[in-house]
Design a protein around this ligand. Structure first.
Ligand code: PMM
Length: 271
């Protein structure tokens, strides 16, 4: 899954694809690089981000979705709003990627049930403005799995077809850098839930921290900028694919697409 953020403020590509023709071309390029689908979002979820209004979100994403669908590209919409998801589906998107896992908008799960659109349910505790104040867990992996199962049960009770639900542990959402690593070390706890698993580590801050440069002489290590995190992202793609993930959401698909092919080829040998 390639990422097109039509936002001025996303942490790694904010402002780069704000006008529709540029965003559409970027989506086309992501597919040429190996993405099977393109995720279009209009609202940044970076830590501390404030929400935008629904009309602005629509204005950003709908023309881009229409343009990509016209090119024959499979599109998902990254939104927490049912009204945006509805219009995105009308415009030809085929997957709802709701980082709140149905918790931010009480209409979202009903929409997924009614339209039979597959939906990504991500582990989510709170909106981005405050999510990093909610990183306490008694037992990190157990708690995330339990909370995600709660979101899953909620969706099924709302009528969403269980076979159309994709799960995501939500790296960086109400999780510290160290907690992201623990989650990645325990992806089996999520694949065991027997739903397709989406992993979205691409360019996130915990990779910048890992790759920080201690030689800046400033006294503290300089965090690696976002555009220097793609090789580490591809390494995580390899590990996620090996662990049985269904999808990785990335900004630079080329290396990740190759990594997936390597893992698939090796899996043939194991059969
Ligand atoms: N992370 C971001 C945005 N959308 N969707 C899913 N399913 N999982 C994620 O972890 C996720 C997401 C934030 O990253 P971005 O600003 O690079 O899009």
């Amino acid at each position: 899954m390639g990422v097109v953020n039509v936002t001025p403020d996303s942490f790694s590509d904010g402002g780069k694809w704000l006008d529709a023709p540029t965003a559409i071309q970027h989506g086309i390029d992501l597919v040429a690089e190996g993405a099977d689908l393109v995720d279009v979002g209009g609202e940044s979820t970076r830590p501390g981000a404030a929400r935008i209004d629904g009309d602005e979100e629509l204005r950003r994403v709908i023309p881009v979705i229409e343009g990509l669908v016209a090119e024959g590209i499979t599109v998902s919409v990254d939104t927490m709003r049912a009204s945006t998801a509805q219009q995105a589906l009308d415009a030809g998107a085929v997957l709802i990627n709701d980082v709140s896992g149905g918790r931010a908008d009480s209409e979202m799960l009903g929409l997924a049930a009614r339209t039979h659109a597959p939906i990504v349910l991500m582990h989510w505790r709170e909106h981005s403005a405050v999510m990093q104040n909610h990183t306490h867990y008694d037992d990190l992996v157990d708690d995330i799995v339990r909370e995600l199962m709660g979101q899953l049960n909620h969706a099924v009770l709302a009528g969403v077809d269980s076979g159309r639900i994709i799960l995501d542990p939500g790296l960086g959402f109400s999780k510290t850098g160290a907690q992201n690593w623990t989650v990645l070390a325990h992806l089996d706890a999520f694949t065991e839930l027997r739903h397709p698993l989406l992993v979205a580590a691409s360019r996130k801050r915990f990779l910048g921290e890992l790759l920080s440069d201690p030689s800046t002489g400033s006294g503290h290590a300089e965090i690696r900028p976002t555009d220097g995190r793609d090789d580490a992202t591809a390494a995580i793609t390899t590990l996620a694919a090996q662990a049985g993930a269904w999808c990785v959401r990335v900004h630079e698909p080329a290396a990740s697409a190759d990594a997936v092919r390597v893992v698939a080829r090796l899996a043939q040998e194991a059969q």
